[in-house]
Design a protein around this ligand. Structure first.
Ligand SMILES: Nc1ncnc2c1ncn2[C@@H]1O[C@H](COP(=O)(O)OP(=O)(O)OP(=O)(O)O)[C@@H](O)[C@H]1O
Length: 630
């Protein structure tokens, strides 16, 4: 709540709306206590007095009634009716939406078709029809305004409930024996409340306007009682001769509705974390590049050479240094493992290669990614587009997130092959079947016509690999492609990738948390911590004699079969937040070997034991590694 208020207060327009609305509501609440003239007492001798006449701050209306007093009482009534209508519409609409979305099937059909029928009428006609049936009066106007707004809430909430009703936590609640009502109130409702609040805050202004509209037509508040709409209606005949009688309620309606809308927008932004972080802004086709320093030279012999890569996220005034100067290279036919704790920057490094980090908020602020002599960081979007998928392909952890749920796997494979215009459309289906066979999908001729949801997790992952292979790429970047799979399927996929790189000379960057996978597949391994490479070298050497204390602790965390008595040595503490990295070695606060020198910047990646590199001034196994190297 405190966070929400802080965020709301940061939005100056919303804050202005909040202040104005609070002032109006406060005045409306204390109106009966103020020494105002009676709002409904007529005095025809004082008709149409102009504003600032003595005793009448805003003048008088056509019956000589004090406009200031009528304005205050009218505002009170309009606000009460508008808010009441909003609450009624929100409660009933949300209840209808939750019931329809939760039960689905026939219940959903019957309820939503009823809602559709209500929505098929122009809303003002519907409101007029309801008031005509119930008779004019403020209470009936309230019922009418609430009724015409119920479908808006019902549709919104139903849509969200449909998504939530099939989530795992709802299934878990069902399995724990909870009844439908308890699940709806305890599991679904808390998840839709922010949406209800947002919808209410943005619609309450309409409802005040709609009530004012009905009163203006004489169907809402009845004389002599004033609300803002009826005041406008009564002032209609004197619009030209005595404009102040209409300007006074008109300006008040404008102030209230503007304040509510500004506040509503602010509430929506503060409640939605994606809007705050810029995640909902449409990302650009390629990551923004803002390199201030010199661009490093590429090294000889590498197919893909990442040099001093720096990628940051700029969220408002905060800078998240997700990748802080990463150096990696991979040669044809080589597999490089990239390992590190969650949040260490592995995925952002991989996505930066092809400019796939969402901008905003992502920005590449330095370094070079060299592919066959081309600097991909500085490349134009058109150039990146021709290379994406065709020369450098990705395999992601969750194939469901990359496969389109509405298209058959085969069609998606064919699209991947023909998108770059390399493969002719004829014969593409046959090639797709061959691709599925090459990734060992059984019964590929039939499976090509399956939708992603009809395949098992392992099959989908293989289909993802087939898509990555569709254009015979030179480099594959695999971001934890086996984390979600069981060990047998994982082993099959790893041996498949191993075969492919040997037979096709593919270069693979394999991102993982798992040292077992690294040992099985990778020639070399790079260990990442807090956005930097802390150790790099041939896999067997790094695993046998880890040089960085972090690598050593990371390996010690891996359980070993048959070593049930060994105590797993968890690393104390947590990685540092990337928007507040410590100076010097980022691992120092968690390292048993740390000395004051470790906290003095900078600590470079230094050559170690011939073939390796380590970013540490007190490396482990120093002597052993040197001996092994000799
Ligand atoms: N949109 C964003 N805004 C701010 N920070 C972000 C954003 N996206 C990623 N980050 C930060 O960048 C850092 C690196 O994230 P990244 O996804 O590369 O980690 P990772 O090592 O791949 O983790 P995992 O193994 O869990 O996938 C993290 O600290 C993350 O919080």
């Amino acid at each position: 709540m405190r966070d929400f208020l802080r965020l709301l207060a940061r939005n100056q327009l919303a804050l202005a709306g909040l202040i104005v609305l609070s002032a109006v509501v406060l005045l409306a609440l204390v109106t009966p206590l103020l020494p105002l003239q009676a709002p409904n007492v007529t005095n025809t001798g004082d008709r149409f007095l102009p504003p600032f006449t003595e005793g009448h701050l805003l003048g008088t209306d056509h019956l000589g009634r004090d406009l200031f007093s009528r304005l205050m009482y009218g505002t009170r009534l309009s606000l009460a009716v508008g808010f009441a209508a909003a609450v009624i519409a929100a409660v009933l609409g949300a209840a209808i939406g939750i019931l329809a979305g939760y039960y689905g099937g026939r219940t959903d059909n019957v309820i939503m078709r009823g809602v559709d029928m209500l929505m098929a009428f122009p809303y003002i006609l519907l409101a007029l029809a309801i008031v005509a049936a119930l008779g004019p009066g403020l209470l009936n106007a309230l019922v009418a305004v609430a009724a015409v707004n119920i479908p808006f809430f019902a549709r919104n909430i139903r849509g969200i409930t449909v998504g939530i009703a099939h989530k795992e936590f709802v299934d878990a609640a069902r399995l724990s024996g909870m009844g439908d009502m308890r699940i709806m109130l305890g599991e679904v409702l808390p998840n839709v409340i922010p949406v209800i609040v947002i919808a209410m805050s943005t619609t309450v202004g309409w409802m005040i306007l709609e009530t004012a509209g009905l009163s203006f037509l004489g169907l809402g508040s009845q004389p002599p009682v004033a609300d803002l709409g009826s005041m406008l209606g009564e002032a209609r005949s004197a619009l030209i001769t005595n404009p102040h009688t209409s300007v006074v309620p008109g300006v008040m309606i404008l102030i209230i509705v503007m304040a509510i809308n500004l506040l509503g927008d602010g509430i929506r932004d503060a409640l939605d974390p994606r809007l705050r972080s810029g995640a909902l802004t449409r990302p650009m086709a390629a990551t923004t590049v803002r390199r201030d320093g010199p661009v490093p030279e590429a090294r000889e012999g590498a197919l893909l050479d990442i040099r001093e890569l720096q990628t940051q996220f700029h969220v408002k005034k905060r800078v998240y240094r997700a990748v802080g100067g990463v150096d990696l290279e991979v040669k044809p036919g080589e597999c490089l493992g990239l390992i590190g704790e969650s949040g260490s920057g592995k995925s952002v490094t991989a996505l930066s290669v092809m400019g796939l980090v969402a901008s905003p908020p992502g920005v590449i602020t330095g370094g070079r990614v060299d592919y066959k002599g081309t600097d991909l960081i500085g490349a134009r979007y058109e150039q990146l587009r021709t290379l994406r998928g065709r020369e450098i392909a990705y395999i992601f952890q969750d194939p469901l997130a990359t496969l389109h749920p509405l298209y058959k796997v085969g069609d998606q494979l064919i699209e991947a092959m023909t998108a770059h215009g390399r493969a002719p459309k004829e014969g593409a289906r046959q090639k797709a079947i061959e691709l599925l066979k090459s990734v060992r999908i059984p019964n590929a001729e039939k499976r090509i016509d399956s939708y992603p949801h009809e395949m098992s997790g392992g099959m989908r992952q293989r289909a993802g690999i087939a898509m990555a292979l569709a254009n015979d790429p030179e480099v594959i970047i695999a971001d934890e492609p086996t984390t979600a799979l069981d060990v047998t399927v994982q082993a099959q996929i790893l041996s498949l990738l191993d075969d492919l790189r040997r037979s096709r000379g593919l270069a693979i960057i394999f991102i993982t948390h798992d040292f077992g996978v690294v040992a099985q597949l990778c020639d070399r391994v790079a260990v990442m911590y807090a956005g930097r490479i802390v150790e790099e070298g041939p896999t067997a050497e790094v695993l046998a004699t880890p040089a960085h204390p972090y690598t050593k602790r990371l390996i010690a965390c891996v359980p070993e079969l048959g070593e049930g008595r060994r105590k797993l040595a968890a690393i104390p503490g947590l990685p540092p937040p990337v928007d507040d990295l410590p100076p010097g070695c980022a691992f120092a606060p968690r390292c048993a070997k740390a000395t004051p020198a470790c906290t003095e910047p900078p600590i470079e990646l230094m050559p170690f034991a011939g073939t390796r590199a380590v970013r540490c001034i007190h490396p482990e196994n120093d002597a052993a590694a040197r001996e092994a190297a000799e």
